[in-house]
Design a binder for this molecule. Structure first.
Ligand code: NAP
Length: 343
């Protein structure tokens, strides 16, 4: 096949957003698919991930990776694609692969042979499991809670953005570890799902309830682990109620990504007063332990001890609008864009 007859679409960053991401901050560009080189494949994207960190990558704050440059294709936090053309030994047309750092917000991309990660075949699981619970969000929950939070049976674990992709898995792993789990989310619907389907002990709608008072009621013995996905006022409320030697895995600060101007937590002093361990972490620092983690998560999914939701938005053209669902709370679980049909 001569792929030069084909074009591909990608979203390129036009300018750095101010506040929430606007369609005009990006451009949908159509270009010719380049001829693949020896030891390369051409892959057609099926799903790409939309993540809160897309907003960080669009800005030029000092961050954990290079920001996306103006004019470059928007980076994705993961993708799943099907090989359409291959010049790599052992990789065939029709193989399903993960995009890694090569698959951005685009419907076709090329991957060099040594970066190809094939997905296992006939797993009995939907493909979307591999861009959610068995992609990056499950391992984020797993390492953040278990390696950093170190929850013990009977302890109280509080989770923010608890109905989201990472948070919902954290809640369920904390229940597997027999903790008292207090989940914080932004709607009654999410709170009902957390209580009735995922089995958390208490769910707090932070948009309706005073977060400090609600946490005080839900945590009569204080908080041992606060899994922070949001920062801001929720972090302050949790800091206020932390027990001595409590642990705070700092996974994300989504309340600040659209505006970094807010000041730090008012209850910072409790890090000293309660001798807390507050640890930021990146899931990418744990890749050498992924195999074991994915085996355990896969087992829990198979045993239905872990449930997960994937929010699929169809059409590459919808990516800049859809990504804002993460900031309004409209997403129901792991948010992905579907750009083409599964084979
Ligand atoms: N450290 C790592 O390696 C790593 C990896 C992946 C993700 N993360 C971080 O983990 C967090 C969750 O990511 P995710 O992919 O699982 O997304 P998600 O939780 O599925 O979606 C984001 C959720 O955040 C909540 N939210 C948005 N703005 C908020 C605000 N101002 N205050 C409180 N809650 C707010 C919304 O839920 P409500 O309806 O409940 O408000 C929204 O649904 C993010 O901070 C992300 O950056 C970190």
């Amino acid at each position: 096949m001569s792929n030069l007859n084909h074009t591909y679409k990608s979203w390129r960053l036009n300018k750095r957003p101010v506040g929430e991401i606007k369609n005009s901050d990006l451009s949908l560009v159509e270009e010719n698919i380049p001829e693949i080189n020896d030891n390369e494949v051409l892959a057609r994207t099926i799903y790409f991930s939309l993540d809160p960190t897309n907003r960080i990558w669009m800005s030029d704050v000092d961050q954990y990776m290079e920001p996306v440059e103006i004019g470059d294709i928007m980076r994705a936090g993961g993708s799943i694609a099907v090989v359409e053309e291959s010049k790599v030994n052992d990789v065939s047309v029709g193989d399903i692969i993960q995009g890694g750092m090569h698959g951005g917000w685009q419907d076709y991309f090329t991957v060099p042979g040594n970066d190809i990660i094939k997905l296992p075949k006939e797993t009995g699981l939907p493909l979307t499991a591999f861009i959610s619970v068995l992609g990056f969000t499950g391992p984020t929950a797993y390492f953040g809670l278990l390696d950093i939070g170190k929850p013990k049976k009977g302890e109280t674990v509080v989770v923010s953005a608890a109905a989201g992709a990472v948070g919902s898995i954290v809640c369920q792993i904390a229940k597997i570890k027999e903790c008292n789990v207090v989940a914080i989310a932004g709607s009654d619907e999410k709170c009902n799902w957390l209580k009735n389907e995922l089995g958390v002990d208490t769910a707090i709608n932070y948009k309706k309830q005073n977060i400090l008072e609600a946490l005080r009621l839900a945590c009569p013995n204080g908080i041992d682990v606060y899994f922070d996905n949001v920062g801001g006022d929720t972090l302050d409320a949790a800091l206020t109620l932390m027990n001595k030697f409590g642990r705070i895995p700092v996974c994300g600060l989504i309340s600040m990504y659209n505006d970094w101007s807010s000041t730090g937590p008012k209850m910072y002093r409790n890090i000293l007063m309660k001798t807390l361990t507050v640890t930021g972490f990146l899931v990418s620092d744990f890749t050498d332990q992924f195999e074991e983690c994915l085996q355990t998560l896969g087992q829990w999914v198979a045993e239905e001890k872990i449930k997960y939701k994937v929010d699929v938005v169809e059409g590459i053209e919808n990516a800049p609008t859809a990504v804002n669902k993460l900031f309004t709370g409209e997403n129901q679980g792991k948010l992905v864009i579907q750009t083409s049909r599964e084979p």
